[in-house]
Design a protein around this ligand. Structure first.
Ligand code: 5GP
Length: 200
C-alpha cells in the first residue's frame, strides 16, 4: 500500500469545498439514501466516481456508477499515486481517483466519497477535517434481508458481504456522525442537516 503523510497526501488542503466520507455496511441502503439528498442544490454536492475491478452490475453505467478497470489498470493507478485511498473488498479493488476530488474541491463543491471502512480510515488520516458519516441498519437481521433482497450476488458473496458488514459495524466509532437508516427519507434529511451545519 502506498504510504502518504498528512503533508503530502495529495489532497489540496486550501480547497474551498468539504470532503465528505459516507460509509456503511453493504446493503444498508447507502445508494437509496444518497439519491434523496445528492441533488439538493443547497448542499453543493458532487459525487466522486470510484475506480473498481468489480464487474458491472445490470443497470450500472461506466463513469456514472464506477470506472470499471482491470486489476492491472488498478495496480498502475496505485503505483502512479493516482488514488486518494483504496481497498480490497470482497474479491475486488475499489479506489478514489485523487485528481477529480481536488478539481471538484477547488471549484467549491462538497465532494462525497461513498466508500467502505478501510478506505475511509485512510482518508481520515490524510484529511483531518473531513466530514465523516456512517450509516447503520436498524438491525443486523434487517441488513441480511436487504442484502438477500437485492438478488445480485451468489450465496458465497452474500456471506462474505455479511461478515464484512459485521466487521464494519465495529468501526462506526471512528466516524463523526452515525445515522440509522430505518427510513431513507428521514436518514437523508438528517444527513442534509449535518452537511448544511458543516458548511456554516
Ligand atoms: P459495491 O460492490 O456494492 O458497489 O461496493 C462495495 C463497497 O465498496 C461499498 O461499501 C462501497 O461503499 C465501497 N466502495 C465503493 N467505491 C469505493 C472506493 O473508491 N474506495 C473504497 N475504499 N471503497 C469503495
Amino acid at each position: 500500500m502506498v504510504e502518504y503523510s498528512q503533508a503530502n497526501s495529495g489532497v489540496n488542503m486550501n480547497k474551498k469545498g468539504i470532503l465528505i466520507v459516507f460509509s456503511g455496511p453493504s446493503g444498508v441502503g447507502k445508494g437509496t439514501v444518497l439519491k434523496k439528498f445528492i441533488n439538493d442544490e443547497n448542499l453543493k454536492l458532487s459525487y466522486s466516481v470510484s475506480m473498481t475491478t468489480r464487474p458491472k452490475r445490470n443497470g450500472e453505467i461506466e463513469g456514472i456508477n464506477y470506472f470499471y478497470v482491470s486489476k492491472d489498470e488498478f495496480k498502475k493507478a496505485i503505483d502512479e499515486q493516482k488514488l486518494l485511498e483504496y481497498a480490497y473488498f470482497v474479491g475486488n479493488y475499489y479506489g478514489t481517483p485523487i485528481d477529480n476530488v481536488n478539481r471538484l474541491l477547488n471549484e467549491g463543491k462538497n465532494v462525497l466519497l461513498e466508500i467502505e471502512v478501510q478506505g475511509a480510515l485512510q482518508v481520515m488520516e490524510k484529511v483531518k477535517d473531513a466530514l465523516t458519516i456512517f450509516i447503520v441498519p436498524p438491525s443486523m437481521e434487517e441488513l441480511e434481508k436487504r442484502i438477500r433482497g437485492r438478488n445480485t450476488e451468489t450465496e458465497e458473496v452474500i456471506k462474505e458481504r455479511l461478515d464484512k458488514a459485521k466487521l464494519e459495524m465495529t468501526m462506526l466509532n471512528k466516524y463523526k456522525y452515525v445515522v440509522c437508516n430505518d427510513d431513507p427519507e428521514k436518514a437523508a434529511l438528517t444527513i442534509s442537516n449535518i452537511i448544511k451545519r458543516s458548511m456554516e
